[in-house]
Design a protein around this ligand. Structure first.
Ligand code: SF4
Length: 285
């Protein structure tokens, strides 16, 4: 793993592509991800971004944007105006191509410093996306921001299977991430479980019942087909993920599987599908 410090010129990226209808901006405190060699890294949509990886192996590098909080403050007003001129809320997705609470965050605290400056410079809406209970280190900052903007936390939990055959372990166990949902919910934070990309499920009804019991406000279900930015999931088909999924359930690599699981989830929780779900649009039974 190569860790380097960089100075960024911008930190608020105007949203396009998959995120176009989700938010006005994305914010990534790091380039690369320290969890890239864990299970989620295998199916990680970002690993296909050649502009970002510059030929490096996913999970082999992290660049730390050490001046990110200062650049956020410097560009805040202009980017807020840009969103408002388009009659859009100033809505930040934090993060779309890295993990805000990955291992180097304990050393650098870029994410924490960004949450601190957001206290004085809040967006209209903040969507925090994480795979790890390490975000609880910043629970007080996150809870405080719920009083200043519309805030929701997306916790990535791809399914109820701890380990798919042939894949490395995930950044945190399924149960640890359900416990994260519980703690967020107890702190009054709108917490959403994101099955993205959806893995084959063992007992979906029991899983969604457990999520509801943990206080999840909604669930987002996203399949690698469409989810990875291609109509047929062609980027993901080049990875080991589909083979591992099919070893558990051959039906799970078809888009219909998403809809079948979503129908079960709706018995227990409001459900959002793919990009609409990431944008906070849910339907209930
Ligand atoms: S934690 Fe997120 S950004 Fe990092 S490898 Fe996993 S899915 Fe990709």
């Amino acid at each position: 793993m190569t860790i380097s410090e960089i100075q960024c010129r911008s930190i608020l990226t105007r949203a396009g592509g998959y995120l176009h209808d989700v938010c006005s901006h994305s914010l990534n405190p790091y380039v690369g991800c320290g969890f890239g060699r864990s299970a989620c890294g295998v199916g990680c949509y970002v690993r296909h971004n050649a502009w970002l990886t510059k030929g490096r192996d996913w999970g082999a590098f992290v660049e730390v944007k050490t001046n990110a909080p200062e650049v956020y403050v410097q560009t805040y007003e202009a980017e807020q105006r840009w969103a408002h001129r388009r009659d859009q809320p100033f809505s930040i997705f934090f993060s779309s191509s890295t993990e805000p609470w990955q291992p180097v965050e304990k050393q650098y605290r870029i994410t924490r410093r960004l949450l601190e400056v957001m206290r004085t410079h809040p967006p209209d809406e903040l969507i925090l996306q994480t795979h790890t209970p390490a975000m609880l280190d910043d629970l007080d900052w996150v809870a405080a921001l719920t009083r200043q903007c519309r805030l929701r936390v997306h916790v990535s939990i791809e399914g109820d299977t701890e380990r798919l055959p042939g894949l490395p372990p995930p950044p945190a166990t399924v149960q640890a991430r359900i416990e994260l949902l519980r703690q967020l919910s107890s702190a009054g934070i709108f917490a959403v479980a994101c099955l993205s990309p959806l893995y084959p499920m063992q007992n979906p009804a029991a899983f969604f019942e457990q999520l509801a019991g943990a206080g999840a406000s909604a669930v987002v279900i996203d399949h690698f087909i469409l989810g990875d930015g291609t109509r047929e999931g062609s980027r993901t088909w080049k990875t080991d993920l589909p083979r591992s999924m099919e070893a558990v359930d051959t039906a799970s690599t078809r888009l219909e599987y998403r809809d079948r699981i979503a129908a079960i989830a709706q018995t227990y929780l409001p459900v959002g599908i793919s990009a609409a779900g990431f944008a906070g649009h849910y339907s209930s039974q």
